[in-house]
Design a binder for this molecule. Structure first.
Ligand code: SF4
Ligand code: FE
Length: 481
């Protein structure tokens, strides 16, 4: 089974023994529960499109391990062409789902670990890379969805992991024996984890000698004994029990994040890819983060295509599509969105091979992508609200739209252009409202790391000394370092 389709993916989730809590109760069936179903559908798109002949080139790749055709979300990038295809694929899926489809986090974790385990082995004579390749083969052959599990809860941000009052606030090694290791802690903001098969655990910060027990990378099934997921609530959750008010009922809004607890979970050695080698934690974090920041001018550009389309439709429904200020605002949105996309393509085409042979993005440009997303998506959303009009904030609920006493009035007084059904105008407004508010916006700010994390990387990567030398040469001065 190299390439699962959407149905096979959903069936495979049904057979997991996941422990998921949401809204104060245990969810038995995440595939059909209203709170989780849209996220399952969105991730399922990554499986469905792999069988679409028009999308096959972007959605699939050939495994360098087995030579078989595999889903691109499980592949190791072998060229800058692969990195570019990744961005194009993400934009395409963003356009189809209008939301996060979650599978990229594990994809990025696989590529980051592929290169870092190779470098560890070369220097330390460990056998992590070989183990990792065995695991990768298992993921590829079974077309599994992997959650990239990096973010620790972090407690007091001014303290290192070993200095925390509660040592479990960063995930850590608690015991090791002949068969494997035991880990304890939690991973926060876990995108797509309740509908993933596996979680790939990595450290969340660079670590020193005293933090060596926190230098753990390993793979754990999402339903392993001792693993529990607490699903996060989202803006407008109660609307998930209806249809129109959700805006994007089929695919939901953002990724469906959870807090995942690991209570002394056993991990056999063949699934352990770092255990105490603290000097490599920083490299792993930076590599993973850069890969994930590369993505945001792909997936978010695809999602913003839908936002721009919604704003343009509402302008049409409101009868103002021809107004020059509307056309100018749409132009501004497109300009911002294509800037995001350009930057993702640029950091991909400026990629380079690692010693392990897989390709890595240009990390400076990848961090610029994500920094731009923290601003441009907000601006795109702001302009979309400007175009749409205030009714996206004051619309009655779909229950009133269906109630015999109020339905007629809503139909009459919420009509825009007479040729457009009122319900259509409401549906597009709800789509825009849900895509541009609350949880969806915050994800653009903090997903793949908060803005300050990118600024640190941008300054570190930018080579200011080189720029000073340029200035010195042209100014004809010799002072300064
Ligand atoms: Fe993928 Fe984008 Fe979701 Fe991250 S936010 S998992 S890159 S779709
Ligand atoms: Fe994200």
């Amino acid at each position: 089974m190299a390439l699962k389709n959407a149905e096979a993916y959903k069936e495979s989730l049904r057979s997991l023994n996941l422990k998921v809590y949401a809204g104060g109760e245990r969810i038995q069936n995440i595939v059909d529960h209203p709170l989780t179903m849209p996220h399952v559908n969105s991730a399922a798109m990554t499986y469905e499109l792999a069988h679409d002949p028009t999308a096959e080139d972007l959605m699939t790749a050939v495994s360098h391990l087995t030579n078989k055709r595999i889903n691109r979300f499980t592949c190791i990038h072998r060229s800058t062409g692969d990195l570019i295809k990744k961005v194009k694929m993400l934009r395409m899926i963003g356009q189809r789902t209008g939301t996060c489809f979650q599978r990229c986090v594990g994809f990025d974790a696989l590529n980051a670990l592929f290169s870092v385990t190779y470098e560890m082995d070369a220097e330390l004579k460990t056998e992590y890379h070989q183990r990792f390749c065995q695991y990768l083969r298992y993921i590829q052959e079974n077309d599994l969805m992997v959650a990239g599990s990096m973010t620790d809860p972090k407690g007091d941000r001014s303290l290192r992991p070993h200095q925390q009052a509660d040592p479990d606030l960063y995930l850590r090694l608690v015991k090791k024996d002949r068969d494997g290791i035991f880990v304890r802690g939690a991973k926060a903001h876990q995108t797509g984890i309740v509908n993933s098969h596996e979680m790939l655990i990595m450290p969340t910060v660079a670590l020193g000698e005293e933090d060596r027990d926190y230098a753990v990378a390993c793979a754990v099934p999402t339903d392993a004994p001792g693993v529990l997921h607490i699903f996060g609530r989202q803006t407008n959750d109660e609307r998930k029990f209806g249809t129109i008010d959700q805006g994007n009922a089929r695919y939901g809004i953002v990724g469906g994040e959870a807090l995942t607890i690991l209570e002394d979970v056993f991990v056999p050695w063949d699934r352990v890819f770092m255990c105490g080698e603290h000097r490599y934690a920083g490299a792993l974090v930076e590599r993973f983060a850069s890969y994930h920041r590369q993505n945001y001018g792909g997936c978010k550009a695809g999602v913003a295509d839908v936002i721009i389309g919604s704003a343009a439709l509402l302008a049409e429904y409101n009868g103002v599509a021809g107004a020059s200020h509307i056309r100018d605002k749409l132009t501004e949105m497109i300009h911002l969105n294509e800037t995001l996309y350009c930057c993702s393509l640029a950091c991909s085409s400026e990629g380079h091979p690692t010693p392990a042979g897989n390709f890595f993005v240009n990390p400076l440009l990848a961090n610029v992508v994500k920094q731009n997303v923290t601003r441009f998506i907000y601006e795109i959303c702001r302009i979309s609200h400007d175009i749409a009009g205030g009714f996206i904030a004051t619309l009655p609920s779909e229950k009133d739209l269906l109630h015999p006493e109020t339905a007629g009035y809503i139909d009459k007084y919420f009509r825009g252009k007479d040729s457009v059904k009122t319900e259509d105008r409401i549906r597009v407004a709800r789509l825009l409202e849900n895509m541009t508010g609350g949880t969806a916006l915050a994800e653009s700010m903090h997903g793949a790391g908060s803005p300050q994390a990118q600024r640190i990387m941008i300054l570190r990567q930018a080579n200011i000394d080189h720029k000073k030398n340029l200035a010195r040469a042209l100014a004809g001065v010799t002072t300064g370092c």
